[in-house]
Design a protein around this ligand. Structure first.
Ligand code: CAO
Length: 416
């Protein structure tokens, strides 16, 4: 069976993380993704945080697998000519330059649409068109702050906190991928391309919707019953940082297990799901709580939730996080160990499912990267190495009809 996106040609004008994460996923699913990079330099992440001298950094290799690399100085006439030809025969152009850069290059949406009416032009920007910050350049943590994640993450007595998950970058790329696929489906119906724009602020906000829910509840009630501040602490008029509290109707917390004094990740996340209260009492050796009206309902438990968590921590004190989860899973209690990256890298299940893969690479030998988190019954996603800078330049130019002499001239004309 062919790959679903086979035949879709994508000009990948992306760099750093937000855009590359999007186009990498489309490449995994079969699109021909041609990464256009500045000659001599390429995507800045090729050289950022290297761990092997003269080899592409993992930051680059882990966001650009399954692609081809074409070096092109699109500020030269020769480069513009090649880009024009590419636009005429491609389906999608994806970019995440700073605001206005594509227009300054001479490739406005109107011009691209004129060259190829079927083309989809997909962009990531920090803020959406017309937003009062639309001129700002944006990186990951800036977006986490602007999208509501930072003000609602962390502990109430500390500053706003960003998370290690790339909510601003990769998450925005995933939103953009959905937008591109939607526009491709619409093009099948109408024959027309369109612009698809996703802002990092909006993508973070989309994942923070429960906090917007909480703001409205707080406005109405003056308190939020599932937050640690309730009922003993104070609320102001803004959604507070809730530490490790569960964001839904099920109270939860990160609890210490055996060895927490020396192992920073000797913890589990423990959720007190309503229906699991009786099994929890049995599991932690507190059967008397099953019938005590002070404990039988979620509302009755709320004002002593941290005492309950302390009791569970006492029970956990002689169990490793793995032992604890193995006991609790038998009682149908939603929980998981807090896993370090070292543990995740070595996880046999993740390797078996293809969620973590080892990829051979000409300069790094091999490297570990994430595979597709989406599993299909009719597609097996194979991850191949990211391209070296300009690895496919001659191949792509030949495909566009350039002769060997013209390609040599092109290289000379584009020299920076
Ligand atoms: N040939 C010639 N010029 C090229 C080129 C090529 N192949 N590829 C890029 N360029 C030029 C662009 O034309 C642009 O030039 P001008 O500014 O002179 O018009 C420049 O390189 C790129 O500028 P930039 O603003 O994109 O790059 P930056 O390093 O200054 O900013 C970033 C980086 C990420 C802050 C900015 O691109 C941005 O805000 N992007 C949108 C939001 C985003 O995606 N952020 C996520 C990044 S991941 O953390």
């Amino acid at each position: 069976m062919g790959k679903p996106l086979e035949g879709i040609k994508i000009i990948d004008f992306t760099h750093v993380q937000a855009g590359p994460a999007c186009t990498q996923m489309l490449a995994w699913f079969g699109a021909d993704v041609i990464k256009v990079e500045r000659p001599g330099a390429g995507d800045v992440t090729r050289s950022q945080l290297r761990h092997v001298e003269d080899a592409d950094a993992l930051y680059f290799t882990m966001l650009n697998s399954n692609k081809r690399s074409l070096t092109l100085n699109t500020k030269t006439e020769a480069g513009k000519e090649v880009l024009t030809k590419l636009i005429k025969e491609s389906d999608v152009l994806v970019e995440n330059f700073g605001p206005g850069a594509l227009d300054r290059m001479g490739f406005s949406w109107e011009h691209i649409h004129e060259l190829n009416p079927g083309m989809i032009v997909a962009s990531v920007k920090g803020f959406s068109d017309g937003h009062h910050y639309q001129d700002l350049k944006v990186y990951e943590n800036v977006a986490q702050c602007a999208g509501g994640a930072a003000s609602t993450t962390g502990f109430w007595d500390g500053p706003p906190l960003v998370t290690g998950a790339a909510l601003g970058d990769s998450n925005t790329g995933m939103h953009l991928a959905i937008g591109i696929l939607t526009a491709l489906v619409q093009r099948n119906q109408t024959g027309e391309g369109q612009r698809v724009a996703v802002s990092m602020q909006d993508s973070v906000l989309n994942l923070c919707r429960v906090k917007l829910r909480d703001q409205q509840r707080l406005d109405a009630l003056g308190y939020l019953e599932e937050y640690p501040q309730y009922p003993h602490g104070e609320f102001t008029d803004v959604v507070p940082r809730g530490g490790n509290a569960g964001g839904g109707g099920q109270p939860g917390w990160v609890l210490k297990c055996k060895g927490w004094q020396s192992d920073p990740n000797a913890y589990i996340y423990f959720t007190i799901q309503g229906h699991a209260w009786e099994p929890i009492c049995d599991a932690i050796g507190k059967p008397e709580w099953k019938t005590d009206p002070e404990y039988t309902t979620a509302r009755a438990r709320q004002d002593k939730i941290f005492d309950i968590f302390s009791t569970i921590e006492e029970w956990l004190s002689d169990k490793t996080k793995y032992e604890a989860v193995d006991i609790l899973r038998k009682f149908d209690i939603p929980c998981a160990p807090v896993l370090s990256m070292k543990e995740i890298a070595a996880d046999e299940s993740l390797r078996k499912s293809g969620s973590i893969v080892e990829v051979p690479h000409p300069k790094l030998g091999k490297y570990l990267t994430v595979g597709s988190p989406i599993k299909f019954s009719g597609l097996s996603v194979e991850i191949t190495a990211s391209p070296l800078l300009g690895e496919h330049t001659d191949e792509v130019l030949t495909g566009l009809g350039y002769s060997a002499d013209q390609i040599a001239e092109m290289h000379a004309a584009q020299a920076v």
